[in-house]
Design a protein around this ligand. Structure first.
Ligand code: CCH
Length: 289
């Protein structure tokens, strides 16, 4: 299986599929965490590595895995992501040839697919970099802010309105933790399964400010068990954002297709690949034939 050239191990698709399978198995095995899966927090790690990208200076992005180091690991937005980094550490020990930066993004791909989301084509080629490549604080979105902030943050990465709305559909997954962001609760009733429920709930439920001592967030009036962040609510308040939210609420296939494309772009921002775009790999999920 292993190709040896000049004594250097050159991993191929089959080798990365083995890493994928190991992550998938660990996700399946360790079902005591949170709502029963590390999937959401592992996806959030991949997003927070990638979401530091700045197209003007071509800095940040998933190349480097600089969140291994302070100050980046201590940035407020990254609170709690140690859980995901620690989850992936034994995989790194099992497959020492993979870079942390390729591993963390492969973790995101695996988490999405294993939580029954769309396939996310993948290319390796990220190289770990030292602490001097840490990005400054403030590059990731602040949930208390409005549409101007969302467009400024995601625009800096190069995304348009449609892609911003598609990407935020990831909030179908996981939850907020008071000891991490200060916010509290899940967005949907099935936080470990990828669906378009985030958009459906945003549009169909009645939302009101939650009465509590924590940061300003919305609560569904009917069950009081779901939440939306101020930034989430902007996706239905802003006319341009809303047309995409309505489309994705009606059409899960359209959501999956656009989400897959936008996440693929996100995960590749700023990475100097040698493998061309038509040589991306699609991993088999654990439940595929
Ligand atoms: Fe997010 N997100 N996110 N998010 N996010 C949080 C949790 C998750 C914002 C804020 C928050 C994306 C966009 C945004 C996930 C994926 C994505 C939390 C709670 C906040 C706050 C953290 C905690 O307390 O643990 C804001 C603001 C934006 C945009 O404006 C995008 C894009 C993605 C992925 C493509 C996932 C998954 C979680 C759940 C994590 C968990 O631990 O359950």
């Amino acid at each position: 299986q292993e190709v040896k050239a000049k004594g250097v191990f050159q991993p191929r698709f089959e080798d990365y599929q083995k890493v994928y399978d190991a992550i998938a198995k660990k996700l399946e095995d360790e079902d005591e965490y949170d709502d029963g899966s590390y999937g959401p927090v592992v996806l959030r790690l991949a997003w927070h590595c990638s979401g530091t990208y700045d197209k003007e200076t071509n800095t940040g992005g998933s190349n480097g895995a600089t969140m291994r180091f302070a100050p980046e690991s201590d940035h407020g937005a990254n609170a709690g992501l140690k859980a995901a980094r620690d989850f992936l550490e034994p995989i790194k020990e099992q497959f020492p040839w993979i870079s942390y930066s390729d591993l963390w993004i492969l973790g995101g791909v695996c988490a999405i697919q294993e939580m029954q989301g769309p396939k996310i084509p993948y290319r390796p080629g990220r190289q770990d970099r030292d602490v001097s490549f840490c990005t400054p604080d403030g590059r990731l979105p602040d949930a208390s802010k409005d549409r101007k902030h969302i467009r400024a943050i995601f625009g800096r990465m190069g995304f348009n309105d449609q892609q911003m709305v598609a990407l935020c559909g990831a909030h179908a997954l996981g939850r907020c933790h008071t000891d991490r962001s200060g916010y509290d609760g899940p967005w949907t009733f099935s936080p470990t399964t990828m669906t378009n429920d985030y958009y459906k709930l945003l549009l169909e439920e009645k939302w009101a400010w939650r009465k509590w001592n924590g940061p300003k967030q919305f609560q569904d009036v009917k069950t009081k068990s779901l939440m939306m962040l101020p930034t989430d609510m902007e996706l239905v308040k802003d006319k341009s954002f809303r047309q995409y939210a309505e489309k994705y609420a009606k059409d899960n296939d359209a959501f999956f297709k656009d989400f897959s494309e936008a996440v693929l772009t996100l995960f590749e921002l700023g990475v100097p690949f040698t493998q061309s775009e038509d040589q991306r790999w699609v991993f088999k999920s654990s439940f595929d034939e």
